[in-house]
Design a protein around this ligand. Sequence first.
Ligand SMILES: C[S@@+](CC[C@H](N)C(=O)[O-])C[C@H]1O[C@@H](n2cnc3c(N)ncnc32)[C@H](O)[C@@H]1O
Length: 235
Amino acid sequence: MVKYHVNPKTGEPGLCGAQANNCPFGGGDVHYPTKEAARSAYEKTMAAPAFNFKPHLTAISRKTASYPAKNFVGGHLRQLVDSGKPSRLLDYGCGRGTDVEFYRSFGGGEVYGYDPHWAPAEPEGQFNVVAMSYVLNVVESKEKRLEVLKKASASLAPGGEMFVSVRSHSTIEKEAAKNGWTPRGDGYITSLQRGTFQKGLTEEELQQLGAEAGLTDLKLIKHPDALTLSGTKIS
Ligand SMILES: C[S@@+](CC[C@H](N)C(=O)[O-])C[C@H]1O[C@@H](n2cnc3c(N)ncnc32)[C@H](O)[C@@H]1O
């Protein structure tokens, strides 16, 4: 069947000559039966209010806890629990809650999860540990990322530790090239129909966000496809 797409670099619609699912500009959700339909869908996508962001649909069903939960946040929580120090943990943007269950399995302290879609009741009070895993990379602009990080870090008790994990810039760039994601803002629309977006962060971008959000003693940990920034709050 004849299919038309739009070259995101030029904004022009054209006939797709790629073999099945091999088009550099995207999969079935960005191919249309006519040039006009391709142009119209592209224009709608590019007009910010017309693109219906649904970041909650990026939350996967995890079989086990996430890499940062197992390797960094969990270890920190265990130290607090074992040393009898206060250990109130908030998983901010917890998605379907697999990491929350993992932290609760430690059997010490209090563990809460918050997510605007999956767990919308905002827990009250301050927390000694705030974890935010793979949230900033689904948020569609730098301004909004900073807003989200500031809001999450506002829940930290003085001296508390924050762990912010994001998918790395290089990983997202590779996936975008492989899957033909459509560029948007400083990231990519990963599915038009689902309304999902990804922006991989560089080490500098993540550190800058941490500093702008008022976190100090910043430490960057690199892992295979992602980055974790830890930082504390002085007051
Ligand atoms: C990729 S999922 C990660 C979920 C979970 N942390 C995990 O690692 O499995 C991104 C999550 O960020 C949440 N999210 C999006 N915008 C948010 C915001 N402004 N504040 C808090 N969470 C947000 C979404 O609802 C979604 O569940």
